[in-house]
Design a protein around this ligand. Structure first.
Ligand SMILES: Nc1ncnc2c1ncn2[C@@H]1O[C@H](COP(=O)(O)OP(=O)(O)OP(=O)(O)O)[C@@H](O)[C@H]1O
Ligand SMILES: O=c1[nH]c(=O)c2[nH+]cn([C@@H]3O[C@H](COP(=O)(O)O)[C@@H](O)[C@H]3O)c2[nH]1
Ligand SMILES: NC(=O)CC[C@H](N)C(=O)O
Ligand SMILES: [Mg+2]
Length: 557
């Protein structure tokens, strides 16, 4: 659900295929990322491909996903990969990803010369477009106005094969501060937005640049553009089919674990539930699940999760009550990154203690997804920036006794949900809104204490209840409350109040990589605000967060 019109309740239609889900491709990317030999996972030397050069964008893997969804093989390689390492892929075109650097900064990553010398088609996305500009003789500079989130793209050339099936005006998702000031010789502008006269550029042959991101779900015609590039410009055939995720990962887990023992960190969320189910299918009772009540869960969450699990999945589950130790560890911590690291480390301490009680345990399984990985990292082979340390990736301590088992590490949430449907998990699990592992701690701004957690729990309960009652729970990606340390003056029953401010965040998204604030109906917002101020002692003001991602993130910390 990425359209930004006012939401109204309706059944959400998700088309599912029967049988296994076709996303095993990411296992190949995973294998590739885990080996030093680029393309180690590839078979069939004559197969054609698209090669994506990674300049560190948050969205680089999404580009790979989109191309593979077109049934064309592609690989994501570090931006400085030499030709000898990709020649065997039989590339038919190159894509240069976005990235956090500025092309004019000293030491900025550059594209290898062979890309241009090959005369093969090239598509630059954001940083990639800026790079083509600079490397081919144009000028890139810091823009006067930055563009993050929604923009309207207007075509100025209508007959270009790159624009087949594109409307004259459509939405495009932006994330940049620099812009092309002067096009390279032979290039012209093919489309513009209010702030970018060169939103799309081309040289009339086979080199194109996009200032926006076609790979994100919030650019609705992005897939059409990628399709046009791959088929009309590069001349690829849609002849490649991916393998099967469920059967392949079960086989892989069996091979990795052998006769060993695994504990799975289970949160009740969709990712860890699916990971536990996959592993259970692979190794049965060699698996024990650990559910930690860290005191940062929502109201009734612990009981509900245990009940759903015990009813539906016949696995061993250990429940650990750890509220006191988590809150003790968080006392006095206000910095968001330190909070995340403290929680990550405490989780691992709990898992290691529980593992000891079970005897020799070899693996810790987690429901880590690709967004957790890319946001937490400051280098996936190249130059990506750290946004925040997800507790289960960047928040992990350096020396861990247990080896990690993360079968969905290269998937996005919508793909994981698809796996859950194929595995036959209950709807309640598959369609639960994501809830971050650090839980309410990253929604209680400033120091986390019991008093704030109580206020937040009460406010969160009201938001969830009202969203469900309005029939919007599935249409919004996440909807929740944040308690801030901002206090303001109010008047209640003729008395002055000086209370906390609660913020409401509700966003639409497909994969958490980009998001837009949900256009919740005013009367629903009014009901939520009214109830929170009336029912939650200590809170006297409610605001609604209307920031998209980018430039915001979904959580506040
Ligand atoms: N309370 C918890 N007890 C045990 N493990 C947890 C807990 N919270 C989080 N984890 C671990 O951290 C991982 C990442 O959490 P995250 O919230 O991203 O995923 P999830 O809870 O499985 O799914 P969702 O995103 O739908 O909430 C989980 O998959 C799980 O392995
Ligand atoms: O398990 C998790 N551990 C974390 O540390 C964490 N931080 C953010 N999130 C969830 O990830 C998605 C993207 O969040 P942001 O836009 O805030 O980065 C959203 O769905 C967030 O709820 C987390 N999940
Ligand atoms: N998303 C991107 O690729 C950003 C490119 C560059 N860092 C800019 O801000 O313009
Ligand atoms: Mg969760």
């Amino acid at each position: 659900m990425t359209k930004n019109e006012e939401l109204s309740p309706k059944e959400s239609h998700r088309v599912t295929t029967s049988g296994d889900i076709e996303v095993s491709t990411y296992l190949e990317i995973a294998k590739q990322a885990d080996t030093t030999e680029a393309g180690g996972a590839v078979s069939g030397a004559s197969r054609e491909s698209i090669v994506i050069f990674d300049f560190g964008s948050q969205y680089s893997l999404l580009i790979a996903r989109r191309i593979r969804e077109l049934n064309v093989y592609c690989e994501l390689v570090p931006h400085n990969t030499p030709w000898e390492k990709i020649a065997h892929l039989n590339p038919k075109g190159f894509i240069l990803s976005g990235g956090p650097a500025s092309v004019y900064a000293p030491g900025a990553p550059m594209a290898p010369a062979y890309i241009y010398e090959s005369k093969m088609p090239v598509l630059g996305v954001c940083y990639g477009m800026q790079l083509i500009t600079q490397q081919l003789g144009g000028i890139v500079a810091e823009g006067q106005a930055r563009e993050y989130g929604h923009a309207v793209l207007h075509l100025s050339e209508f007959d270009d094969p790159f624009f087949k099936d594109l409307p004259d005006a459509s939405a495009a998702w932006m994330s940049h501060g620099d812009r092309v000031e002067k096009l390279p010789p032979d290039f012209k502008s093919l489309a513009y937005t209010e702030n970018s006269p060169y939103a799309v550029m081309g040289n009339g042959k086979n080199i194109y640049g996009l200032q926006f991101h076609p790979e994100v779900a919030h650019t609705p015609y992005g897939k059409t553009l990628l399709q046009n590039f791959v088929f009309n410009i590069c001349g690829c055939q849609p002849s490649w089919t991916p393998g099967h995720f469920i059967s392949e990962s079960i086989a892989k887990i069996k091979e990795q674990v052998g006769g060993g023992k695994v504990i799975a960190a289970l949160s009740g969320g969709v990712d860890s539930s699916i990971v536990a189910s996959l592993i259970h299918r692979a190794i049965g009772d060699q698996l024990t699940c650990i559910f930690v009540n860290n005191g940062l869960l929502r109201r009734e969450e612990a009981d509900r999760t245990l009940k759903v699990f015990r009813q539906n999945l016949g696995m061993n589950i250990v429940y650990v009550e750890a509220t006191d130790r988590f809150l003790k560890r968080l006392a006095g911590v206000t910095d968001p990154e330190l909070k995340r690291k403290a929680i990550g480390a405490e989780f691992i301490a709990v898992f290691e203690e529980e593992a000891l009680k079970l005897g020799q345990v070899d693996f810790l399984a987690q429901g880590t997804l690709y967004p957790d990985v890319i946001e937490s990292t400051s280098s996936v082979g190249t130059a990506s920036a750290k946004i925040k340390s997800h507790h289960n990736v960047g928040g992990l301590p350096e020396n861990m006794a247990l080896k990690l088992l993360e079968p969905v590490r290269y998937l996005f949430k919508d793909e994981v949900r698809q796996v859950g449907i194929e595995l036959g998990l209950p709807e309640e699990m598959v369609w639960r809104q994501p809830f971050p592992g650090p839980g309410l701690a990253i929604r209680a701004i400033g120091e986390v204490n019991r008093e704030k957690l109580e206020m937040l729990r009460a406010a969160d309960w009201i938001v969830m209840h009202e969203i469900k009652k309005a029939g919007l729970y599935r249409q919004v990606w996440q909807s929740f409350a944040i308690i801030t340390d901002v206090r303001s003056v109010g008047v209640m029953g003729d008395f002055r109040t000086y209370g906390h401010m609660v913020a409401i965040r509700a966003v639409t998204s497909d994969d958490a990589m980009t998001a837009d604030w949900a256009r919740l109906p005013y009367d629903l917002l009014a009901r939520i605000s009214n109830r929170i101020v009336n029912e939650v002692p200590g809170v006297n003001r409610v605001v609604y967060d209307i920031t998209s991602k980018p430039p915001g993130t979904i959580e506040w910390e």
